[in-house]
Design a protein around this ligand. Sequence first.
Ligand code: ATP
Length: 440
Amino acid sequence: MAQTPDPALFDKIVNLSKRRGFVFQSADIYGGFRSTYDYGPLGVLLLRNVKDQWWRSMVQLRHDVVGLDAAVLSPPAVWEASGHLANFTDPLVDCRECNERFREDKLEDPNTCPNCSSTDSFTEARSFNLMFKTHAGPGEGSGHEVYLRPETAQGIFTNFMNVLNTSRKRPPFGIAQIGKSFRNEITPGNFVFRTREFEQMEMEFFVPPDEVSQWYEYWRNERLNWYLNLGMTAENLRLRDHESDELSHYSSETADVEFMFPWGWDELEGIANRGDFDLTQHAKHSGERIEYVDSSDGSRYVPHVIEPAAGATRTTMAFLMDAYAEEEVNDDTRTVLHLDHRLAPFKVAVLPLSKKEALTPTAREVFDIVSPLHMTDYDETQAIGKRYRRQDEIGTPLCVTVDFDTIEDRAVTVRDRDTMAQDRVAIDQLVGYLAERLPE
Ligand code: ATP
């Protein structure tokens, strides 16, 4: 668990992801589709748990936030109004010597090609729009163009009046959304850190204009605490305020939650004060009234917005990296993921001591008792020690072992991933015991 960059961790996580089935290269059998990834049997559970925890804290446990699931495809008018058609660009340069393409703002030395080391070989920078464009229906050309959303936020702004009129909420209140976004990144990389297709978890919090500063402070802290509460190491996290020249076209203040990745501090999430920019733009471009009217006195205003915008896929990788440890146990090294039990892909593994027929019915019975309540693995081949190591490596907090005594005494052994301590628990007490060890 590093507080300084640990470059070796990167390969370990990529290897573990592939070996155990967290993340696979997309279209692997065709040589792989660059910078695109598929989430395997364990990855889909971990990613889903990250999203569920976000939804639980942002929607379920709050009386002032509601959910939304807006479309990915959207007409140009939305992106005209939001400023993305004009501003969502990166400066692109080509090296005339090796023909490689780079983001000018990410070059260490703007005069030297990092690929072939030529100097002064770059073309003039061109603005490159990051949105994916496609066509709706059988026609092509103008009138049929649609965009894949590059952020989930705009679907929230365009639905603001729909939600306001149907949800009985009034500012301050928020609209939360989880979903895929697409950006034609020039330099994707660092595994799932920067990909062209990724998942976001965004919430737009609409407030009276004079409350915007206090809510900005509130969400900065709230969002940092979310990662800490899910067990992320405090030393691997920080909040960094943007310098004025870093701010997006819509934002007056922004702070990033940053994580100590193997290459150094980098962004997990941005918390931005977007002012009334988005609602005002959509009102102007659509010709609709977008505002809150206070029915008690008829006063009206355009709410200001605080936006915590996180990446689900990027955050999933950060949790994996933070949880990874190699520990000496009895002159051996075990790899273990110290994931919070709420994030762990499997909460419980049921392991019959051996594959002997005498144990199978009871082991199946235990699986049938536990699996409706907790995501449970079942594994009966290989020596028990190897199976414990495998469960450690995929972060399973509790292993339940069914042995030959179980048939006589109707009790099982429960082994703790972190301490490796073992408890003997009666099968008819198991549900209560697990509920206590694995709280929501
Ligand atoms: P960057 O500066 O890294 O390009 P950004 O500041 O433009 O990112 P936002 O638009 O604020 O990112 O998006 C919110 C969150 O969405 C980011 O903090 C990140 O977690 C996630 N995200 C953005 N782009 C990508 C991507 N290409 N791949 C994976 N996650 C991403």
